[in-house]
Each structure stands twice: as structure tokens, then as C-alpha cells.
Design a protein around this ligand. Structure first.
Ligand code: TIU
Length: 222
């Protein structure tokens, strides 16, 4: 099925659902709920919570259309062997990666805070990519996962807009994927950073890719 989003910026975005993956970045309790890694960094997490229903609506429409869904999670092995020292040093002492928090050890695989929020839980068969970095292609099987399914286009949602989402979109753009970011399916702790990210993605004729509102994508999928 060919899908056309005429309202996309900076120009209409056309894709074949069989060659496109919905890539949902890091919708984890550690970033979205109080007491997680995002809160430990000093952020107000409520802004991120507001996008969950929108992400859920797009996810449901995408699944109904029969498209591939790929989920990612940022996190580290319990021994932190996959966390570079430079990353470990970030944040306040006692509230860093691997430290104990109300949802278990911060950003550690297998801890309650590392899980994707229940409303967006992956279904059996949907690829789930654990990533140690901000970009989803670094030190992960994502490229193989997409290439083995002949994926050429990505539709992205998730958190945070200017950190893991934008890094992943730039990595994908350099690998030759046509990428669209769902404007209201992504959030930042800093609204001005989100606005700047959407603007810089679509500037210069779409130097990194396209953006569109969730409603336009859902309407195009029906
Ligand atoms: N801190 C912040 O804005 N984001 C992250 O650390 N990771 C993701 O964006 N997933």
C-alpha cells in the first residue's frame, strides 16, 4: 500500500508501508515517569507524559495497516561494561547511570525503570533494540534488522526530540533512509529544543528529512 502525507514539511512524503518501519525511540519509564533517569538529571518529566496517547494512536493505526514496528530502549548491562566512562560521569553523584532509584538502578537493562511504558509495550514479534548510545544505529543490530526486511523509509516517534530521536534520525539519513518525524509524537524536556529540532530537520529542503502531525499520518493510513 502506498501512503501519501500531503501536509508533510517541507514537501509531501510518500512511502510504501511494506518498505517502511515505525521506529519508536526510548518510550521508557526512565525518561517519562518521576523517579527515573530523566528526572535524576533534573528534568520535569510531565511534558514527555503528554505524548503517550498520541504515540499510542499512531502505533495502533500502524499495526492495523500491517506495517513493521521497531522499538528501542536506551540502557546498559548490569556491570555497566557497555557504558563509556565519559557517559558514566554525567549527572549528579548518587543519581548517575547504575545508581539506585525508586524504579531500580538508573538506565540498567532489566530494571523496572528501563521498561517501555505499558501503553506502548511491544507485541511479540516486534523487534526491540537495546542501545547503549543516543543513536539507535550505534552498537546495535538495527541496520541488519531493517535491511533484512528491505526497509527504505522510517517514521520516527519517541523521546527526547533533540537527543536520541534526532541523533537516530541523522544516523538513518546518512544511511540512506527517507525519514519522517511525527511532530506531536515526540517530546523534549525543553520545548525550545523541540521546536528548533523540527525546524532544523526540515530546513534546506529537508536536509535531515520530513515532519508531519500525527493526525495527518493516521488519516493517510486509513
Ligand atoms: N537526556 C535526554 O534528553 N535524553 C536521553 O538521555 N536519552 C534519550 O533521549 N532517549
Amino acid at each position: 500500500m502506498t501512503v501519501l502525507i500531503t501536509q508533510a514539511q517541507p514537501s509531501p512524503f510518500r512511502f510504501d508501508i511494506d518498505r517502511t518501519a515505525l521506529l519508536i525511540i526510548d518510550m521508557q519509564r526512565d525518561f517519562i515517569e518521576p523517579g527515573g533517569f530523566g528526572a535524576a538529571l533534573g528534568n520535569d518529566v510531565t511534558r514527555l507524559q503528554t505524548i503517550v496517547p498520541t504515540v499510542q494512536a499512531v502505533l495502533s493505526a500502524w499495526r492495523r495497516a500491517g506495517g513493521l514496528v521497531v522499538h528501542t530502549r536506551e540502557g546498559h548491562a548490569p556491570d555497566l561494561s557497555d557504558c563509556p566512562p565519559a557517559k558514566l560521569k554525567r549527572g549528579r553523584p548518587g543519581r548517575r547511570i547504575g545508581d539506585e532509584g525508586p524504579m531500580g538502578r538508573l538506565l540498567v537493562i532489566g530494571e523496572p525503570g528501563h521498561a517501555i511504558v505499558p501503553a506502548l509495550a511491544p507485541l511479540p514479534g516486534e523487534p526491540l533494540i537495546d542501545k547503549p548510545g543516543k543513536g539507535a544505529f550505534f552498537a546495535t543490530p538495527l541496520q541488519d534488522t531493517l535491511q533484512s526486511r528491505a526497509i527504505t523509509h522510517l517514521v520516527l516517534m519517541g523521546v527526547t526530540t533533540e537527543v536520541c530521536v534526532q541523533t537516530t534520525m541523522r544516523e538513518a539519513n546518512d544511511r540512506g533512509y527517507d525519514c519522517l518525524l511525527v511532530e506531536d509524537g515526540t517530546a523534549s524536556y525543553f520545548p525550545e529544543f523541540k521546536a528548533a529540532t523540527l525546524a532544523m530537520i526540515t530546513a534546506q529542503g529537508g536536509i535531515v528529512g520530513w515532519t508531519a502531525p500525527a493526525a495527518a499520518l493516521i488519516e493517510a493510513l486509513i
